[in-house]
Design a protein around this ligand. Structure first.
Ligand code: SAM
Length: 253
């Protein structure tokens, strides 16, 4: 598949119908789950003295980037998140700037600088659109625009949920996307633990994420599973196992 660099970037904000509601955002106001192994992998790949600028996209309450700033004492960080509620949860830090903006408006709202490290933690599966194809395009567009904001030698760290399938021919991510988009089923789904009920969420298999990275012109330097979820019947019924979180450290291809 071709690189996405030739495509024009959208500066249209994600439509209201695709935004996470305040009730769902409450779930994400917590400490970052796998910080220590994440930081260890990053430290092995990226020389601490070479990190001057960090961008945390969809950075939420800032708990992650604040810990990163403690590990990289010479770095300045920018945290971008499109939810005012999450920006407001940030504890001020003298080396952190927060900005309430969609990642798709980054070029417009924050044209400078380029970054030595861009972190994207559990954001990509929330970038949904009306169909699986448009959703896929939206994620590639996001990855490509962030790739172009990397400093020479810079690294992008993606921490993402993966939903692999144990049933040949079944893609649990697509099933979950279809189900979570159903507004009529939203109350039931919320009871089953889907915070994104009625909006949609686009999980992918490990292989599915790798395809999108390649399409966005990114190559994998490091890949590690940092978390495996416990077995859940509601997910098994969708053919999904194993489920967990990977960390990928990516560089421009
Ligand atoms: C699941 S939370 C993850 C928060 C944080 N990165 C973490 O790992 O704890 C996803 C975050 O992405 C933000 N978000 C969703 N769509 C976004 C967009 N288009 N641009 C910027 N931030 C977005 C949400 O407001 C939310 O804070």
């Amino acid at each position: 598949m071709g690189r996405a660099s030739a495509r024009p970037y959208s500066t249209v904000a994600v439509g209201e119908r695709h935004r996470l509601p305040p009730s769902a955002l409450e779930n994400y106001d917590q400490a970052f789950r796998d910080f220590e192994p994440y930081a260890a992998l990053l430290g092995a790949e990226v020389d601490i003295d070479e990190v001057g600028t960090i961008l945390d996209v969809g950075g939420g309450n800032g708990a992650f980037v604040d810990r990163l700033l403690a590990k990289y004492p010479a770095a300045q960080a920018w945290l971008v998140d499109d939810a005012p509620q999450m920006i407001a949860r940030n504890v001020p830090h003298d080396r952190k700037q927060t900005m309430c903006a969609s990642v798709f408006d980054l070029e417009l709202r924050l044209p400078e600088p380029r970054f030595d490290l861009i972190t994207v933690n559990v954001l990509l599966h929330h970038l949904v659109d009306d169909s699986p194809m448009e959703t896929r395009e939206r994620v590639v567009e996001c990855l490509a625009l962030l790739r172009d904001r990397l400093q020479t030698g810079g690294v992008m760290a993606i921490y993402e949920q993966f939903y692999d399938s144990f049933v040949p021919g079944i893609d649990p991510g697509e099933l979950i996307f279809g189900i979570t988009r159903l507004r009529a089923a939203a109350p039931l789904l919320r009871a089953l633990g889907f915070a994104t009920a009625g909006i949609g969420v686009a999980f992918r298999s490990r292989r599915g994420w790798l395809e999108l990275f390649a399409e966005a012109g990114l190559r994998v330097s490091v890949e590690q599973t940092l978390h495996l979820d416990r077995l859940r019947l509601s997910r098994l019924g969708l053919g999904a196992y194993p489920i967990g979180a990977h960390l990928w450290l990516l560089r421009p291809a």
